[in-house]
Design a protein around this ligand. Structure first.
Ligand code: FAD
Length: 536
């Protein structure tokens, strides 16, 4: 069934949030949990902006220590520990090795001091710490490393979130379950501050319908687009964002362990195991083009391939080997001497004629919860209400009732037996949905084919398609495959399965034959953007 976008017309919201990336989703959850009347609108799908374009690490940011940003690293490590406690099914510790070469800007002694300080600041004492290795041990565990000039390596631990899109969904559904109204595909077009509050004019992207809502304050959480939204509110002072672009390459598996490597220009980037494949990135270059059309260009791709080849000379690091690329814009809120020196700290700014437009800019995916808390503290001051943040202790919708290992050892065999599916499939679903995996399996029970594995590349099942449209606000085939399921990050990105998925979704959403075909074509177009470098 088509969705009716229906703002409460006779209602004055406490806050309207513009932007459904991790920042806006986090603000919506915090606001709803504080009991505020909340509306969130997103012009595309939730997490379709930069929140789905990151390196997929929940990390302290070891390299920020080189910029002496100890407070930012401490904040990020504190948040890393909170998020892993709340969503251990999505966020897993990952060992990362730093190979050290004679010509590197930072030698073994400096790197060793850095990882010790990082470990000291870390609150997660339950994950292994750091270690340093000589040249021979380093080559033993990663024989593909270039031995020329290699002096040894340092090992430290961070956390990986293979599907950051799913943590956005957790925040959005938590906000909705706690009373917030959340809409994707609704674009904010005009914000009018009046003496008795704010009027927001928005447009339903699918129907073109103009929608109006009244609110006490607006939270601008539009990421790279925050200055466009500020202008829509009549604020035309200096821009808040210093945008830089970063790209990633997905290639066949290159290494056993994650590597954090120095390039010749002194920057650092990752080569990270990514399921069956490897993720290589990122770059950091100034950006002044269209924010709605960001892609990897030839220069970005050559940079990462050339620098990776120096460290892994015998591996298939060619343009032809790339499965796909993706690119995003960092919504940085400070200026800096060079791109990688720009601080990743966040700012909350209250602006507008009546002080009713609150913009949250900068920050990192990792620190979104703290960013949301700071934003809500400013919102509450503007509203004149007292409330406290509970997002550091309130479980997500998929939250586990007991520790991760304990939960897995009991739930996996129990659910596999009850629903007659393999233990691997149950583990996979828990890794995406946490405790809500059971609800997905329950849907698969009703119609047998829904329990079928979708592709040899992923353990996803067809029931997830239904779950995403019934429970997780997915509205298009791209939403389902790219931002709700695992299939979208595999080498073929779900292209071979798109038609079947469109049929399953179309039955639920009432799509005609033409609409179903259109949906598949739109998905293929979205995939094409990232495939441009397969056939240069
Ligand atoms: C290459 C790269 C790698 C990164 N790696 C990491 C990492 O490993 N770890 C980490 O912690 N951080 C990382 N980051 C940073 C992180 O991705 C961002 O800080 C974070 O995702 C920002 O989220 P956001 O919600 O503010 O922005 P977005 O996700 O872009 O959300 C803003 C949303 O606002 C919507 N919007 C805009 N205008 C309107 C409008 N008029 N009406 C309605 N909606 C609107 C957009 O569609 C968008 O979805 C990385 C960033 C980049 C670019």
């Amino acid at each position: 069934m088509a969705r009716m976008t229906n703002f409460k017309s006779d209602h004055v919201y406490d806050l309207i949030i513009i932007g459904g990336g991790i920042t806006g989703a986090g603000v919506a959850r915090d606001a709803a949990l504080r009991g505020l009347s909340t509306l969130l609108i997103e012009k595309g799908d939730f997490s379709s902006g930069v929140s789905s374009k990151s390196t997929r690490l929940i990390h302290g940011g070891l390299r920020y220590l080189a910029n002496f940003e100890v407070d930012l690293v401490a904040e990020s490590l504190r948040e890393r520990s909170i998020l892993r406690r709340l969503a251990p099914y999505l966020i897993r510790p990952i060992p990362i090795s730093i190979p050290i070469y004679k010509q590197d800007a930072h030698g073994r002694a400096i790197v060793s001091v850095g990882i010790r300080l990082y470990d000291f600041l870390s609150r997660e004492k339950d994950i292994p710490h750091y270690a340093t290795y000589g040249r021979d041990r380093t080559l033993e565990y990663e024989p593909r490393l270039n031995p020329d000039g290699l002096t040894g390596s340092a090992l430290f631990y961070d956390n990986q979130i293979i599907l950051p899109e799913r943590l956005v969904v957790e925040n959005i559904t938590s906000a909705r379950d706690n009373g917030a109204s959340v809409y994707n595909y609704v674009r904010a077009e005009q914000i009018q501050e009046r003496d008795n509050g704010v009027v927001l004019m928005a447009r339903d992207v699918f129907t073109g319908e103009v929608l109006t809502a009244r609110t006490k304050v607006v939270v601008n959480a539009a990421g790279p687009w925050v200055d466009t939204v500020r202008r829509a509110g009549g604020i035309d002072s200096a821009p808040m964002i210093y945008p830089t672009k970063g790209i990633h390459l997905i290639l066949p598996r290159l290494t056993e362990r994650a590597l954090f490597i120095s390039s010749r220009d002194g920057r650092m980037f990752f080569i990270i195991p990514f399921g069956e494949n490897s993720l290589v990135g990122t770059t950091d270059t100034k950006y002044a083009d269209d924010l709605d059309n960001v892609h990897a260009n030839r220069e970005d791709v050559n940079y990462l391939l050339t620098e990776s080849r120096r460290i892994l000379p015998g591996t298939s690091l060619t343009k032809e080997a790339i499965y796909y690329t993706y690119a995003g814009i960092r919504p940085l809120a400070f200026a800096g001497r060079s791109e990688s020196k720009i601080s990743r700290k966040h700012r909350v700014v209250r602006e507008g004629k009546t002080g009713s437009i609150i913009t949250i800019a900068g920050g990192k995916y990792t620190t979104y919860r703290n960013m949301a808390k700071d934003t809500l503290d400013t919102v509450c001051t503007a509203l004149g209400v007292r409330s406290s943040c509970v997002t550091n202790t309130t479980p997500f919708p998929g939250g586990l009732p007991v520790e991760y290992d304990e939960y897995m050892s009991a739930a996996v065999p129990e659910l596999a037996l009850r629903y007659q599916v393999s233990p691997e499939s149950v583990s996979h679903l828990i890794g995406l949905y946490g405790a809500r995996a059971e609800a997905v399996l329950e849907m698969a029970k009703d119609e047998r084919p829904l329990g079928e594995r979708i592709s040899p590349e992923s353990r996803d099942v067809y029931a997830q398609v239904l779950y995403s449209v019934r429970e997780e606000e997915a509205r298009t085939v791209s939403d389902i495959i790219l931002r709700r399921m695992h299939l979208g990050i595999t080498a073929s990105r779900g292209l071979p399965q798109a038609e079947r998925i469109a049929e399953v979704a179309g039955r639920e959403l009432g799509w005609s034959k033409e609409e179903t075909r259109h949906q598949v074509e739109e998905f293929q177009k979205e995939i094409q953007k990232g495939a441009a470098f397969q056939k240069p």
